[in-house]
Design a protein around this ligand. Structure first.
Ligand SMILES: *Cc1c(COP(=O)(O)O)cnc(C)c1O
Length: 389
């Protein structure tokens, strides 16, 4: 039987399910983006964004997906021929490096095992070899592999080294999922998108920028117009944008920020931690392997599940969509066909996670992937022990 009633399960690692509260907030009538009501909205949103990034410095909100924030980070701070370092963490790290390359940045691509997080030692190794490096690009949670990198340690090591390179962090699938502290960790530019932990539809990109990166901006010569932080800052200070902003998405953003603050950001992190652990308990009980090599680096946002040789991960996804109306993430890059990804981030409670895992367990059995039963029960066990949700 297929099912056409009830709600679609959007269990991708982004876009995530948009809460009804956010959808309702977005359905308000659009207002004048140069009017006094708008100016107040802008200043509340910039304040909320600062709290989310844990920064007291500049933040920017652009109408774009996460990739737009990648570009904004590059064109605002660098000049043609500047050298940056990127590690082959996976699909998203590679895509960010490609954006830099297209702007004439000299990208040092460091070979890396995508199943483990980038280490501070590896970053320092690159910096020691080359005093001219302008920036290090790191993905906090590489969504294609479900591997998290310890940004705090990398930031501390970079500062202790005295090397002037800036630290750029992609937090697209980690912000509002797991702890990230832009100022305290010494990050220069943090980028994110609206459609993951922030529970909004796609269409907003956000950045936090350190004073050091703002200084780099003053002398950076890459061409920029739409993304220019000077224009943006001048308008934002008066409560406006240099262009027509995505007004209704901003209404949704205010509601989403309110939801995160009502739940309490530490509770949000604890909930994601619990759901990640419950998901991995299910996968291990099925007898399947996840991409993340170390439990301590396994993502709180998404779990990439490897299917055994001779089986097609996309066939499992297809059956689950057809039979149970649930979307899972496809394998990206070298994991195409070899892994599927379960998104467990954003607006999600324990029973929604149970439904998700039950759908996966049925899908595995129905497609004949060799696996043990009982994954859902193992996840239930973790959820019953967790007092966070
Ligand atoms: C989703 C995602 C992006 C951005 O993708 P867009 O499709 O441009 O929003 C970037 N980095 C990571 C780690 C992501 O998960």
């Amino acid at each position: 039987m297929t099912y056409h009633s009830g709600r679609h399960f959007l269990q991708l690692p982004g876009p995530t399910n948009t809460p009804a509260r956010v959808l309702r907030a977005m359905s308000k009538a659009t207002i004048d983006h140069r009017g006094p009501e708008f100016a107040e909205l802008t200043s509340r949103l910039l304040e909320g964004t600062r709290r989310l990034f844990r920064t007291e410095h500049d933040v920017f909100i652009h109408p774009a997906s996460g990739s737009g924030a990648w570009e904004a980070a590059i064109v605002n701070t660098l000049s043609e021929g500047d050298r940056v370092v990127s590690f082959e963490q996976g699909f998203f790290a590679h895509s960010w490096a490609r954006v830099a390359g297209r702007f004439g940045i000299d990208v040092v691509q460091v070979a890396w095992d995508p199943r483990i997080g980038v280490t501070p030692e590896a970053v320092l190794g690159q910096l020691e070899a080359d005093p001219s490096i302008k920036a290090v690009l790191v993905v906090h949670n590489e969504t294609s592999t479900g591997v998290t990198t310890d940004i705090e340690s990398i930031g501390a090591a970079m500062r202790a080294s005295g090397h002037p390179a800036m630290l750029f962090v992609d937090a697209v699938s980690s912000l509002a999922v797991t702890d990230l502290q832009h100022d305290a960790w010494g990050i220069d530019v943090t980028v994110t998108g609206s459609q993951k932990g922030m529970m909004l539809p796609p269409g907003l990109s956000l950045l936090a920028v350190s004073p050091r990166a703002m200084q780099a901006h003053a002398s950076a010569t890459l061409p920029r117009s739409y993304w220019d932080w000077d224009d943006q800052k001048a308008f934002n200070e008066r409560g406006f944008f240099p262009y027509t902003p995505a007004t209704n998405l901003l209404f949704g953003m205010e509601e989403a920020l309110a939801m995160l603050e009502e739940e309490g950001i530490d509770h949000v992190f604890a909930r994601h931690d619990l759901f990640g652990r419950a998901t991995r308990a299910a996968v291990h009980t099925w007898g399947l392997e996840i991409v993340a090599r170390n439990e301590s680096e396994a993502s709180r946002a998404a779990t990439a599940v490897l299917v055994p040789e001779g089986h097609d991960a996309d066939a499992v996804r297809r059956l689950i969509l057809d039979r149970f109306d649930m979307s899972l993430g496809t394998g990206l890059g070298p994991f195409k066909g070899k892994a599927f990804r379960i998104g467990h981030l954003g607006d999600l409670n324990a029973l929604q996670l149970m439904g998700t895992l039950a759908g996966v367990e049925m899908g595995l059995q129905l497609t004949g992937v060799p696996c043990e039963a009982g994954g859902v029960a193992a996840a239930m066990d973790i959820l019953m022990k967790g007092d966070a949700v």
